[in-house]
Ligand binder design. Structure first.
Ligand SMILES: [Cu+2]
Length: 335
């Protein structure tokens, strides 16, 4: 499987899943909805249903080329929309968005406890760039955004597939009765770029991840290996400390990246993260749950924690491929 290996390496180099996703998308073009202009696939049998599918989000589909939307968008024109998590209510209970338009959804929590929203269908049908939760959090196919009491989290998102999507208010990992809302995405499916719809199984979330997390969550604090990886810079020398972090397969791990340096550093550990079940990634103001973690920026003075369960033994690279950061090389070893 030389081809697969080279694709994987390539995707790691670029720091995102997009290369891998695009290759798979090309192969699946004939089978999946791709918006307008997909006729050239030459597969007549798939043509008609493609069109219908491109108007609504089919079960188990997601916008796999989210990165194309992120790159094409002019984020200076992002519309700011606010959503408050109040006591037992979402304010407003309905958000009206337009497909293809970049948004910053500013989610505040005026309640007294930590709360969040779960909206996995909206996220599947959108290109989600990131959240800013007191740390940059980049997740693929995640399900929830949580905000600490009295804090704010920004969600940078481009809705892609029009439709009506449910938001469910969450506290203590449970839906809050009556705390529901709707995101109505109007307009047409964008064509530049056009969405590449894939089955969610192509996203690379390890099989059984959700069950592993559900079982581990109640006793996480007691069971988890807590490790801190410091990111630093000393003149031209940039580094992670320690050089090797050892985890155990099947044992929950809370990995905290702390940037004690003066400049922004990135964690890239795609090969490791593809084998890890993910509970959440946290910043000072909130966190996001589920899916697959992608490389993210950690600004000077910031810390972020990844709650994961490694599932596969191996030695995995941790790098920052930003030019000038070549000295940032470390290893995550799973025994
Ligand atoms: Cu760096």
């Amino acid at each position: 499987m030389t081809t697969m290996t080279s694709i994987r390496n390539d995707s790691r180099k670029h720091g995102t899943l997009s290369v891998l996703a695009m290759f798979s998308a090309a192969a699946l073009l004939a089978l999946s909805a791709c918006g307008g202009g997909s006729d050239k696939s030459g597969d007549d049998s798939a043509g008609k249903s493609d069109n219908a599918k491109s108007q609504t989000l089919a079960a188990d589909e997601w916008v796999s080329n989210f990165d194309d939307f992120k790159e094409a968008a002019d984020w200076d024109t992002a519309k700011v929309v606010t959503l408050d998590l109040g006591t037992d209510s979402l304010k407003p209970a309905s958000l009206a968005l337009v497909a293809g338009q970049p948004y910053e959804i500013e989610i505040s929590n005026s309640g007294e406890a930590d709360q969040g929203i779960s909206a996995p269908d909206l996220f599947r049908g959108s290109a989600v760039r990131k959240t800013e939760s007191g740390a940059e959090i980049k997740l693929t196919l995640f399900d929830g955004v949580y905000v600490a009491a009295a804090k704010k989290v920004s969600l940078f998102i481009i809705p892609v597939i029009p439709g009506s999507y449910e938001m469910v208010g969450m506290a203590d990992d449970k839906p809050v009765a009556g705390m529901t809302g709707t995101v109505k995405v109007s307009g047409d499916v964008p064509t530049k770029p056009a969405p590449k719809m894939e089955n969610i199984s192509t996203a690379g979330v390890p099989a059984g991840a959700e069950d592993l997390i559900t079982k581990a969550r109640p006793t996480w604090d007691k069971d988890a290996t807590a490790v801190t990886i410091t990111m630093g810079d000393n003149g031209d020398a940039h580094f992670y400390n320690p050089k090797n972090t050892v985890l155990k397969a099947g044992v929950p791990a809370t990995i905290t990246f702390v940037n004690k340096g003066n400049v922004l550093h990135v964690y890239e550990a795609a090969d490791f993260l593809k084998t890890a079940a993910l509970w959440k990634v946290t910043g000072a103001n909130g966190w996001c749950t589920g899916g697959l973690a992608r490389p993210a920026d950690v600004e000077a003075g910031v810390e972020t924690s990844l709650y994961v369960i490694p599932t596969k033994a191996g030695s995995y690279p941790l790098t920052d491929s930003t030019p000038g950061m070549e000295s940032m090389k470390a290893t995550i070893t799973v025994e």
